[in-house]
Design a protein around this ligand. Structure first.
Ligand SMILES: [Zn+2]
Length: 171
């Protein structure tokens, strides 16, 4: 009888530990959908980060802020008066990091990576017009002027430098 009871305990304990671990994993997945999908989330607006247009602000205190797009980062930089040491855009074609000062930005092309495509509805199902979005107009960065030309022919937009955008977002 005793040996049976001990065997039961030995059987039950690991099972409980296993259940505890499964329970923890379940909650991580439940509360962090980003972990579930293996996606990165913008540290400013909590939207999904698109690898082709992500942006990184390196602050003077050594911290880094990774955002969904250049617009989101530069708006935050201007509005929160962040002390930025360095800023890095992503080259749309190669996916490689570029110094923001050296990148060519195309603003307001027909590509929009961040905003939700579905129209928002009120409780009475009246559609709401989009008035303002921190990630709009969209910004796409390039390192190579030839890539910019090709992109503009297809998607439109106008050219801006990092300094232009910072100045614009401060208004
Ligand atoms: Zn964002």
């Amino acid at each position: 009888m005793v040996s049976l009871a001990l065997r039961d305990v030995a059987y039950i304990l690991p099972k409980k530990i296993l259940l505890f671990i499964l329970y923890q994993v379940f909650f991580v997945f439940l509360f962090f959908p980003s972990v579930q999908a293996g996606e990165l989330i913008c540290q400013v607006c909590q939207r999904k980060i698109h690898p082709q247009v992500s942006f990184v602000l390196e602050l003077r205190d050594g911290s880094r802020i990774k955002t969904c797009c250049p617009g989101c980062a530069i708006y935050q930089q201007a509005q929160a008066k962040l002390k930025v040491k360095a800023a890095f855009a992503t080259d749309y074609i190669s996916g490689k990091a570029l110094k923001a000062e050296e990148a060519i930005f195309v603003e307001d092309s027909d590509l929009d990576f961040c905003s939700h495509p579905a129209m928002l509805l009120t409780e009475s199902k009246t559609p709401l017009a989009k008035v303002w979005d921190r990630c709009l107009p969209s910004l796409v960065a390039f390192g190579n002027p030839d890539d910019v030309r090709k992109f503009q022919q297809k998607h439109g937009g106008h050219l801006l430098s990092y300094e232009d955008i910072v100045r614009e977002r401060q208004k």
